[in-house]
Design a protein around this ligand. Structure first.
Ligand code: G3H
Ligand code: 13P
Ligand code: ZN
Length: 319
């Protein structure tokens, strides 16, 4: 809560990076540590299943100790459940020591979203765990549900939702979406070089939400910018990513200065790691030691995390 309050007041956003494995965790923690940036380690339901909940919990605890060993005296590292799909998942995470959970009821009818979010909040707050709710639906794949179009958050609903649920932060829909194909070419224009230019985020909706809920922590999901150099490397070495396009960093910089205090990034790290792994496989085909390709993947991901912290979200030096 204090982390969010400071981020809203000072005008930066805390990076929320998804992690699935050791190299990603090392890259996030060392990148944040070198920058003294608060950081949210978030795990999706799928990631929890993939790694195993017990292992993940101890990895996150290990992350704090690792940060200290890197010379970060008081690491501001939060373990957060991303897109919690049920009360039971959230409860299980709260019981196992998460400091924050998201309950994603955005696909439910409004009143059901409120009831579910309220139930999670009532449980979580007994343990001082913060809860992120979501209002509005992002286009694309979310919780294995595919929405063809955005349903933008309606500013006239946010006060009612925040008040009745008691949530600590609110994820909104203003034009971002999950994955590496955030817009179809038809939704974009082209610049002089023929590159796709996506439509801008709906800052008008964000401003209207800020007016309704002054100072309330807002969260942006689906905020990867899909670096074209990583896409090019992947495709150069055998990948087939087509029309991959993300949110321009300029727009994220603008969002970070507003009430948006948590920005979720997953796909960019997947791209950075995959680009590095593909390059090793293609240029050193005799290599078969996983450390020799996961090491470069870790380095490339770390470069990306540091860039986001230093150049986009403005969170360097804030912890
Ligand atoms: O919001 C979705 C995140 O990118 C997590 O994705 O469910 O494939 O782990 P995942
Ligand atoms: P991206 O797919 O844009 O990285 O979004 C990640 C996200 O919102 C995780 O919750
Ligand atoms: Zn998300």
């Amino acid at each position: 809560r204090e982390m969010f309050a400071k981020a809203v007041k000072v005008g930066y956003a805390i990076p929320a990076f998804n992690f699935n494995n050791m190299e990603q965790l090392q890259a996030i923690v060392s990148g944040a540590s070198e920058n003294k940036s608060p950081v949210i380690l978030q795990v999706s339901t799928g990631s929890r299943e993939n790694a195993h909940p017990i292992l993940l919990r101890f990895m996150a605890q290990g992350a704090v100790e690792y940060a200290k060993s890197l010379g970060w005296e008081n690491p501001q590292i939060v373990l957060h459940l991303d897109h919690g799909d049920s009360f039971e998942t959230c409860k299980s995470c709260i019981d196992s020591g998460f400091s924050s959970v998201m309950i994603d009821g955005s696909h439910l009818p409004y009143e059901e979203n409120i009831a579910l979010t309220r139930k999670v909040v009532d449980y979580a707050h007994q343990f001082d765990v913060t809860v992120e709710g979501e209002l509005g639906v992002l286009a694309g794949v979310e919780d294995e549900v595919v929405a063809e179009h955005h349903t933008y958050t309606q500013p006239e609903e946010v006060v009612d939702f925040a008040t009745r649920t008691g949530c600590d932060s609110l994820a909104i829909s203003i034009g971002t979406s999950h994955g590496a194909n955030k817009f179809t070419p038809e939704q974009c224009t082209r610049d002089a070089n023929g590159m796709l230019v996506p439509p801008p985020l709906r800052f008008d909706i964000l401003e209207a939400i800020e007016k309704e809920l002054p100072g309330f922590p807002i969260v942006l999901h689906g905020a990867s910018s899909v670096p074209q150099e990583e896409v090019a490397t992947i495709n150069k070495y055998g990948g087939t990513l087509k029309d991959a396009i993300g949110i321009p960093e300029e727009q994220l910089r603008r969002a970070a200065k507003s009430a948006v205090c948590k920005i979720n990034i997953d796909s960019d790290s997947r791209l950075a790691m995959t680009a590095a792994v593909r390059e090793v496989f293609a240029t050193k085909p005799a290599e078969f030691d996983p450390r020799k390709y996961m090491g470069p993947a870790r380095e490339n991901a770390k470069k990306l995390y540091k860039h986001k912290i230093e150049e986009v979200l403005g969170s360097a030096g804030k912890a």
